[in-house]
Ligand binder design. Structure first.
Ligand code: EPU
Length: 443
């Protein structure tokens, strides 16, 4: 098992290009199941979650070749060669919840899908009832057997367009919207999804599907209309940059009082985060005019001390839950009391106890944490527990005095490509070490 060893106190300085988005790439890769024509995907990041999706698609008859373009960026050349398989097995699904994304596309195209129910998750309960509700509204017959979801199209072999409300207790669902929207592209008739997720990853998926011949309107708003078509064709699509990687790097510059230029930065998708950073005292200045608001260049600096703020996570365009842990790390060093409330995953606070081990002053009550700024954090051995919590610990380690060892960084490898190399290229002292079994804490 690998660990990161960080010597804190070095400023993050330099220039970096933001990678393609994990959370966009995953449902987009699943959507290749909707056609047997060739698909080219560009800027898919090299992550363990992506490798798991490649493995899953391989079991479902999809052949994927990885190449690089002239700039050295990855290209995935993808084609479905065999459409007989329909079972996404537990031993892959349990490694990655986003496997659920294959359910809608496989059902719509193959008439049947069997996908293992994803189990529990470190960030709390993650039910899939809304995914199933949406597919059932399209006429799917769904049963549960041996821990698997079995979905079949209605008699006639095609899903049927329908109007549905897809909101739950905590608002819209991102992957649920992706699943149902993808499936509805091949349904007979028109589908309306009300309370659809508005995340930029949904817009990216809809743009790709429309380039394949789908007829989707309203993606990015809470009401998406999909007029079903008979077939979809191949496409060449570039995945949007990762707003969470960008936001994490901004926090890295902020927490170390660094000076960072980010290229390929999706500022248009980061307004809640950048406005909060400005309020905290981290300046985000776009450079040049830039044609594409999702691919800008910007400079991140911290002119003075950090100030406390209140943050409440919300569905997009509100403050993203996937940046909550990273901002909490930053607020640990801000003057005064900050209040962080988690409205998407109310249990997503595994970083709190670890930050406390580094000297942070945090009081949690339910889904709210009060952060009282301290003058310094101290390096300590800590445990990565989920992807974004771990990113928060890396940030804390960059700013802490002394050495921070973060165990179990496989969580980080799920969502950040070569994070240690990227931060080291910006002046951080961070290295990966193999931990022996004895040196890994129990639990
Ligand atoms: N929910 C339900 N029923 C459902 C689905 C979701 O009640 O059927 C609830 C969830 O429990 C949660 C809320 O709805 O309270 C929102 O969950 P959502 O379905 O939107 O989450 P997701 O689609 O499973 C994606 C990202 C997550 C990100 C969330 C919220 C991917 C692969 N995952 O998950 O990303 O936190 O949206 O923005 O896109 C991460 O990258 O670290 C990560 C966890």
């Amino acid at each position: 098992m690998d660990a990161f060893v960080i010597e804190g106190g070095r400023r993050i300085n330099g220039r970096l290009r933001v990678n393609g988005s994990k959370n966009s790439a995953l449902p987009i890769m699943a959507a290749v199941l909707l056609t047997d024509e060739p698909i080219t995907l560009r800027d898919v990041p090299d992550l363990s979650d992506i490798r798991n999706m490649v493995r899953l698609l391989g079991e479902l008859g999809v052949v994927i070749a990885r190449e690089t373009d002239t700039a050295g960026r990855p290209i995935f050349c993808i084609q479905t060669m065999d459409e007989r398989a329909s079972h996404a097995r537990y031993d892959i699904v349990r490694t990655m919840r986003a496997s659920i994304c294959v359910l809608g596309p496989m059902l719509a195209r193959r008439g049947r899908a069997r996908v293992s129910l994803p189990g529990g998750c470190a960030i709390g309960q993650r039910p899939v009832d809304l995914h199933l509700k949406g597919l059932q509204a399209l006429g799917a017959r769904i049963t549960l057997e041996d821990g698997d979801i079995i979905a079949e199209t209605p008699p006639g072999g095609r899903l049927i367009g329908a109007t549905m409300f897809l909101g739950g207790a905590n608002g819209s669902t991102v992957l649920g919207t992706a699943n149902v929207m993808s499936a509805a592209t091949l349904a007979k008739g028109t589908t309306i999804i009300e309370c659809a997720a508005c995340e930029p990853e949904i817009v990216d998926l809809a743009n790709m599907l429309n380039s394949m011949g789908a007829r989707i309107e309203g993606a990015g708003s809470p009401r998406i209309t999909i007029r079903g078509v008979e077939t979809l064709r191949g496409v060449d699509h570039t995945v949007i940059p990762d707003r969470i990687e960008a936001g994490t790097l901004m926090c890295a510059a902020g927490i170390t009082a660094g000076d960072l230029i980010l290229d390929n930065c999706p500022l248009d998708a980061l307004m809640a985060a950048t406005e909060t950073l400005e309020a905290i005292g981290v300046a985000i200045d776009p450079i040049g005019s830039g044609d594409d608001p999702m691919r800008r260049t910007c400079r991140v600096t911290r002119p003075g001390t950090l100030r406390s703020v209140q943050i409440t996570t919300q569905p997009h365009p509100g403050f993203p839950t996937d940046l909550q842990a990273q901002f909490m790390a930053l607020l640990c060093l801000a003057e005064g009391n900050s209040v962080v409330t988690e409205k998407i995953f109310p249990e997503r606070f595994l970083h709190v106890a670890e930050l406390q081990r580094m000297g942070a002053s945090l009081v949690r009550q339910g889904a709210t944490v009060v952060v009282t700024g301290v003058e310094r954090l101290n390096g300590a051995p800590v445990m990565a527990s989920d992807l974004r919590a771990s990113a928060g610990l890396v940030l804390a380690g960059l700013a802490a005095e002394g050495t921070t060892t973060i165990n179990r960084v496989y969580h980080i490898d799920r969502g950040y490509e070569a994070l240690e190399h990227r931060l080291a290229s910006l002046g951080a002292s961070i290295r990966r070490e193999k931990m022996t079994t004895e040196s890994v804490p129990a639990g």
